[in-house]
Design a protein around this ligand. Structure first.
Ligand SMILES: [Mg+2]
Length: 274
């Protein structure tokens, strides 16, 4: 098991061991629970991670997924429905704009912002003009995701997109969320920090664990930093990859990808059962 390297992380781990029932465990989906794959529709949560979450669910205040994916997609790709031990699970989708709770069932989502439809309408001409008419475009109800993974030079394509996409987003009052071989145009109504803070308040959690892998997880890191100043211990776990190391320096525990995250969750469940 990879080591916790910070005093704040050690404090949080001690609090989790002392008071598991007061612990909120929140995890990003892609790159953290599910290995990154070329086709986002083919992503699947690591089976070992699902099993470990099922063991942690009954012990913790709440197990939650906080993802940029639509809640329904994370639920389907994660195969979380009906997993023993996840009867109280929450999925916050599209950075917290959507919500699925295991006890109540269907996803709750407000109507999508009109600006997203306007950008969808303007996008084909913009991509054509940049010579990127064949780019893979994923339409989420509240966001549009441009994927460069699997292309000849993903980073060069991202660089080409950067200015024009930011301009387009700004014109429609939307924000740009960069990631690993991906750029997302989305409404700025919420972020993972707001989502995580809301869950902590709602559950009354006395300590928080958050695991993520990409730039969109940084607001959740900020939220954990703020909670620490308020006396709520937090453990920040990075699922590190060669593509993105922005989270590593800020993490208490650095694990090399989803398989290592799954193994760590399993050892945490063993630890708490002992
Ligand atoms: Mg991720």
């Amino acid at each position: 098991m990879t080591e916790i390297v910070t005093a704040a992380g050690a404090d949080a781990m001690a609090a989790i061991r002392r008071d598991p029932a007061g612990t909120l465990l929140a995890l990003d989906f892609d790159g953290t629970l599910a290995p990154i794959v070329d086709d986002p529709a083919a992503a699947r949560a690591n089976p070992g991670a699902i099993a470990a979450l099922g063991r942690l669910g009954p012990v913790f205040a709440r197990v939650a997924i906080v993802t940029g994916r639509p809640a329904e997609a994370a639920l389907r790709l994660g195969r979380f429905a009906g997993v023993p031990g996840l009867e109280a699970m929450t999925i916050l989708g599209q950075y917290g704009a959507e919500r699925w709770d295991a006890p109540s069932g269907p996803t709750v989502a407000p109507p999508p912002p009109r600006a997203v439809g306007e950008v969808e309408h303007a996008l084909p001409d913009l991509l054509e003009g940049l010579g990127l008419g064949d780019l893979r475009v994923e339409h989420k109800s509240r966001a549009i995701v441009l994927h460069t993974r699997g292309r000849r030079d993903p980073d060069a394509d991202l660089a080409t997109l950067d200015g024009p996409v930011r301009e387009l987003a700004a014109r429609h009052g939307l924000m740009v969320e960069p990631g690993k071989s991906v750029v997302e145009i989305r409404s700025s109504e919420t972020d993972k920090g707001v989502a995580l803070r809301g869950l902590q308040r709602e559950t009354g959690a006395r300590q928080v664990v958050f695991a993520g892998d990409d730039l969109g997880d940084l607001p959740a890191y900020d939220a954990v930093d703020r909670m620490r100043t308020e006396g709520i211990p937090g453990l920040l776990v990075a699922s590190a990859s060669h593509e993105q190391d922005a989270l590593v320096a800020r993490s208490d525990l650095v694990l090399p990808g989803p398989a290592a995250v799954a193994a760590w969750l399993g050892s945490l469940a063993d630890d708490l059962a002992a």
